[in-house]
Design a binder for this molecule. Structure first.
Ligand SMILES: C[S@@+](CC[C@H](N)C(=O)[O-])C[C@H]1O[C@@H](n2cnc3c(N)ncnc32)[C@H](O)[C@@H]1O
Length: 240
């Protein structure tokens, strides 16, 4: 389904980094241009279409909950550190933040006219891990940032780091809510968010849950002025 059909605006910065090991990726596609393509899962099982793969992995409530539990269990075994949430690629942190910052500056000046704005800007950091993106980027630009993360030791690390006024040393920029939830179970508070930032975690959701989240979020009052920023890596099997 195209972003236009969903009534969404996908904002994909070009500085996507090749983090192949992240997010316990399940479907290594042979071709990248169509969704109706053959591929294999991480265990090497072959599927003719993406739908076939989802049926096998999340086709009934038990499999679906297994799918989500497996991901959380995986991340529960990972260190609450930059290297941990980047699966050993902590070295890309600076480049990632710089690329996102260039993108965010354009977004804020073009879409939110921040110079004339009197309302506070609010962001949601989805699958926030230890709060790496909030701490290094979002909190400097948004007055309030909420974090959503299903893995409790990551969320606690974020909470410890992001004490009020972190970085900016100001009450005007702070992390406010720490939601201990997965994205598929979350419905944004109506009208709260200017930007919903989804970085390197959307691959954990089934296609249907991914669409459902966008639909729940976009009907909230902040949208359509509000924006989704989705950052993922994209690569072909040539690179793999
Ligand atoms: C590769 S890490 C990225 C963390 C953070 N976005 C960053 O860039 O530093 C993936 C994150 O997605 C989280 N995650 C796993 N399943 C999720 C789900 N169903 N909903 C939201 N986040 C999820 C993991 O716990 C982990 O913190």
């Amino acid at each position: 389904m195209s972003p236009e059909k969903l009534g969404l605006r996908f904002l994909l910065p070009l500085s996507l980094t090749l983090l192949t090991a992240l997010c316990a990726h399940h479907f290594l596609v042979r071709k990248t241009r169509s969704i109706d393509i053959a591929g294999r899962d991480i265990d090497g099982h072959q599927f003719n279409t993406v739908d076939e793969m989802w049926k096998e992995h999340a086709g009934d409530p038990n499999r679906k909950s297994q799918w989500y539990n497996d991901a959380v269990t995986y991340w529960e075994g990972v260190d609450a550190s930059v290297d941990g949430v980047l699966s050993g690629f902590g070295i890309v942190n600076d480049a990632d933040i710089n690329g996102s910052e260039d993108f965010l500056k354009v977004l804020l000046s073009e879409r939110f006219h921040i110079d004339n704005r009197h309302q506070p800007l609010v962001a949601l950091d989805c699958g926030s891990g230890i709060g790496r993106v909030t701490k290094n980027l979002l909190i400097r630009y948004f007055n309030e940032v909420d974090l959503l993360e299903p893995v409790s030791h990551f969320l606690e690390a974020a909470r410890e780091t992001l004490a009020t006024g972190y970085q900016t040393n100001s009450d005007l920029h702070k992390a406010v809510n720490f939601y201990s939830l997965p994205l598929q179970d979350f419905t944004p508070v109506a009208g709260r968010y200017d930007v919903i930032w989804i970085q390197w975690c959307i691959g954990h959701l089934t296609d249907n849950d991914f669409i459902s989240f966008f639909n729940r979020a976009k009907v909230q009052e902040g949208f359509p002025e509000g924006l989704f920023a989705v950052k993922m890596y994209a690569l072909t099997t040539d690179i793999l």
